[in-house]
Ligand binder design. Structure first.
Ligand SMILES: [Zn+2]
Length: 879
């Protein structure tokens, strides 16, 4: 079990460089599932030769030490000290060769860090600090070295033996054993080390880089999954080409491996040339994976590939700089997906994700800047803030500097730092120097937590024909930080007439300016802009393309929102206006319900939706986004005290009202889109399916829906349509739902990835009975508490995506969930900590629920031997 016994806080300001260079690392693994022997040989050289003998400090965890030799002398108990996860060798000479032998036990490793067993094969996960579970080594990202790895194993049990870099040699040994050697010429930190050993099947292709290097591409999966790799391979080839075209970056080795595993704590891992993936992000066939899965695979394959430069060739000095590689690489994968699919739809998905996942983080006990100043357990900082907000901040560089300025900065960044472990300051400096500009104030985004709020007010002077726009920004205090400063906000703006035309934007004192969309830079707490020659009171189109990750407050009238929904050329503003109108309507009804009044349907909302649905020109995927009502979590975020049941009831009421009011339109769309054409993977086909299935979800609120859904299941040739229809039937509590679920179960019982969907569909069902259903499903043979995908599908979905179930007023959801956190902690503390975070925002609920949640948090915190991971989350929540 992973323990951070001391629960020590680690501070960014205490960073000191490692005093030794590690010139080279030789690893030899004698592979066995129960016990693996690891021999390591590392050459240490003091950075400062004049220093004289000096201690060497190494990290290790759960290692059974067999022997330790320094310059060929066997070290006795008096020559070194082991203290927790540190081993200190006293007074080592300026040049020292250290040889170690340790035993590790992969099959007993349920934390899925270090070397572990997945099904029939062995694999590693080392980020952030898993390498210390493999052998003693300075396990920190700023210690980079070259690796030579030899893997030795039984030939029939482990025919495939992989590590980073290029294969250099292989041979047979007596007793049906064999060995393979790998060499990675690029120095790397230990967190990028990987090995895989087992009986895996292979899909192979190749890619020729722009400079003519032929790269062999290999995807390894369990044999039964060989027919589900095509999309992953195509995505990899697209990603390699895209990185050349857009970023001028080429791949640098002769081989690139992807391995799919069902047992993985995260999405995927960018180990140099040996990416290890959660099978969810590799395996897809139209009948087993949804369109969302296909898009997820493309995005994650791209993400891990792009890390080869942003993360691997240039890595992080310490873990506080995690966003240096993650924010930048998420930005790159977002851009990749935008270039592959619809840019507008991708952008909306990214913005929605940021609002639902990251904004609440800023508002809770885990608030931290994208570059945190302290942590107890780094695994708890793989957060939406570091990743998604980090990417939003990289996007602002891009907005401020433009594509060519941004690319100049990237070029300088690589020219300066290739092969180094650097900090976010180095990235910022490269952007500054390449563009000959100062980003000093912009740098505050790295150190300030919280979501800035921008309040916009305006005044139109009909006589002077001027329009004054005032922006006031402030960032509310967060749990980690009281003082806040104004931030640099790129502010993209347009002004629309009531008829929907964009006006030329001429600021007071400027000569003629015909631009109708402008980028302004807000830097101060309060800033005023006066536009001249404005013929009528305009409708402001604010922060177009979501040009800064802020909460925008402007008191739009319904009429103004209708204008934006109908006419704005900016897809984000259009979508956001529809979301605002829906959110306002739902929250109004929520309030009426709380006041004991009858809920009423807003006729303007129906008309706005009618307008959207009647737009024949629009991308169907954008229409689908526009008519999707805001999530319950997003609505909860708009309330001072969350009314769980009120939000659910009001959202349902509005949904029903829209369904009945626009039934003909939904039905026409559905009929047109449900044309019986065979499945296609194209972006257009996906867009059509997304609109079709949103229409179906509304129609399910009417008489005709049940029959449509049942027939859709019967004739479906793809998982997207099947799943949408079954979920719809479950949601309306149809009698057909049980049949559909048992048919689904019968068909897919042996398919672990598809069965995750079966669990999700049931865990997400609103209502008080779901907790019992979830508890029963934990006994299902396809469920395992040791498998993170299963835990996320059943337990995670229930706690995070089922507000009426989890927040049941009697506390049954809380109690069930706390029990799971306690059960999971000794098995897999990383996953337990993720689950514990479901309680993070307990203070936002009514008194009754607050008391219940707090009691469960206290119950978790009182468990003996609680991991550092969970302790940090729970302690912060209770503070
Ligand atoms: Zn990443």
């Amino acid at each position: 079990m992973k323990q951070n016994e001391a629960g020590d806080v680690i501070y960014r300001k205490n960073y000191t460089a490692y005093p030794w260079n590690v010139k080279h690392l030789d690893l030899h693994f004698d592979i066995g599932a129960e016990t693996t022997t690891v021999h390591a040989q590392m050459e240490f050289q003091q950075k400062n030769d004049d220093h004289g003998p000096q201690d060497i400090v190494l990290n290790g965890s759960d290692l059974q030490l067999v022997s330790l030799k320094l310059n060929d002398r066997i070290l006795g108990k008096d020559d070194y000290i082991v203290d927790g996860e540190q081993l200190t060798i006293r007074d080592a000479p300026a040049k020292s060769v250290l040889k170690t032998e340790v035993l590790i036990h992969p099959a007993a490793n349920t934390a899925l860090e270090g070397l572990y067993l997945s099904g029939e094969f062995l694999l590693t996960q080392c980020e952030a600090q898993g390498f210390r579970k493999i052998t003693w080594f300075p396990d920190r990202p700023d210690v980079m070295t070259t690796y030579r790895v030899t893997l030795e194993a039984d030939k029939s049990e482990f025919p495939v033996l992989l590590s980073n870099g290029n294969e250099t040699n292989r041979g047979d040994l007596p007793d049906q054993r064999h060995w393979v050697s790998w060499e990675d010429p690029f120095p790397k930190p230990a967190y990028l080390f990987a090995l895989v050993a087992g009986d895996l099947a292979l899909v192979q292709d190749h890619f020729t880089t722009r400079s003519g290097r032929v790269v062999t591409l290999k995807i390894y999966v369990e044999a039964e999954n060989l027919d589900r790799c095509e999309h992953a391979m195509e995505s990899l080839i697209n990603a390699m080409r895209w990185d050349e075209d857009r970023f001028d970056l080429e791949y640098d080795l002769d081989v690139y491996h992807i391995i799919a595993t069902n047992d993985f704590n995260m999405g995927a891992m960018e180990n140099k040339s040996l990416n290890i993936f959660n099978s969810k992000y590799v395996l897809a066939r139209p009948d087993t994976a949804t369109d969302v899965d296909y898009q997820g695979i493309e995005g994650v394959i791209g993400h891990e590939y792009f890390h080869n430069w942003t993360g691997n060739r240039v890595t992080c000095q310490d873990w506080f700089q995690l966003t240096l590689k993650e924010g930048l690489t998420v930005f790159r994968d977002e851009e990749f997906s935008a270039d592959m699919q619809s840019r507008a739809v991708k952008r909306i998905q990214v913005i929605r994700d940021l609002r639902i996942r990251q904004f609440p983080e800023d508002d809770g006990p885990m608030a931290h800047p994208i570059r945190p100043d302290q942590y107890v357990e780094i695994n708890n900082f793989y957060t939406a803030t570091v990743y998604q907000k980090g990417a939003a901040i990289i996007r602002m560089y891009h907005t401020l500097l433009g594509e060519s300025g941004f690319q100049k900065g990237m070029k300088l960044y690589f020219a300066r730092h290739d092969g180094q472990a650097v900090s976010c300051d180095d990235f910022l400096a490269a952007m500054e120097d390449a563009n000959n500009t100062s980003l000093e104030r912009f740098a505050r985004w790295y150190s300030q937590s919280g979501t800035p709020q921008v309040t916009v007010t305006d005044h139109y002077d009909a006589t002077a024909r001027t329009y004054t726009l005032t922006l006031e920004q402030s960032t509310p205090r967060t749990s980690d930080q009281l003082e806040k400063q104004p931030l640099v906000l790129p502010f993209e703006l347009a002004l629309l007439t009531a008829a929907g035309d964009e006006l030329p934007l001429q600021l007071e004192g400027e000569a003629g300016n015909a631009a109708t969309s402008r980028l302004l830079i807000v830097e101060d707490a309060r800033q005023e802009y006066i536009f001249t020659n404005i013929p009528e009171a305009p409708v402001p189109s604010l922060f177009r393309d979501f040009s800064a990750p802020v909460k925008i407050y402007y008191d739009y009238s319904k009429q103004q929102l209708a204008t934006l929904i109908k006419h704005d050329s900016d897809a984000y503003v259009r979508w956001d206006a529809a979301q605002r109108m829906s959110a306002n309507a739902i929250l109004e009804q929520c309030q009426r319900r709380a006041d004991g009044l009858v809920m009423q349907l807003d006729a303007d909302l129906v008309e706005a939706f009618r307008g959207v649905l009647s737009d024949q020109q629009a991308d169907p995927a954008l229409l689908a986004e526009a008519i999707t009502l805001p999530d319950e979590d997003y609505l909860a975020d708009q309330m001072k005290v969350v009314d769980v049941d009120g939000i659910h009831a009001a959202r349902l009421f509005i949904r029903k009202g829209l369904a009945v009011g626009l039934e003909t339109l939904f039905a026409d769309h559905y009929a047109g889109l449900n044309d019986g054409a065979a499945y296609q993977k194209s972006a257009l086909a996906m867009a059509r399916r997304s609109l079709k299935n949103i229409c179906l979800s509304y129609l399910l609120e009417t008489e005709s829906g049940e029959a449509l859904a049942t027939s859709q299941i019967q004739f479906s040739d793809n998982m997207t349509d099947t799943l949408a229809a079954i979920r719809g039937l479950i949601f309306i509590d149809s009698t057909q739902a049980d049949t559909a679920l048992s048919d689904f179960e019968r068909k897919w019982i042996d398919d672990t990835l598809v069965m995750d969907k079966w669990f999700i569909m049931q865990a997400i069902k609103p209502g008080l009975n779901t907790v019992n259903k979830v508890r029963d499903l934990m006994q299902h043979p396809a469920f395992s508490i040791k498998n993170p995908n299963k835990v996320r599908a059943l337990i995670g979905v229930f706690a995070m995506l089922n507000p009426t179930g989890f927040h049941a007023a009697d506390g049954s959801g809380y109690k069930f969930h706390a029990d799971r956190v306690i059960e999971l902690d000794p098995i897999n503390p990383q996953i337990a900590a993720r689950m514990a975070a479901a309680f993070n925002r307990w203070k936002r609920y009514d008194e009754g629920r607050k008391v219940l949640m707090k009691a469960e948090l206290q119950r978790i915190s009182s468990v003996a031997m609680l991991s550092g991971d969970v302790t940090e989350i729970v302690a912060k929540a209770l503070r």
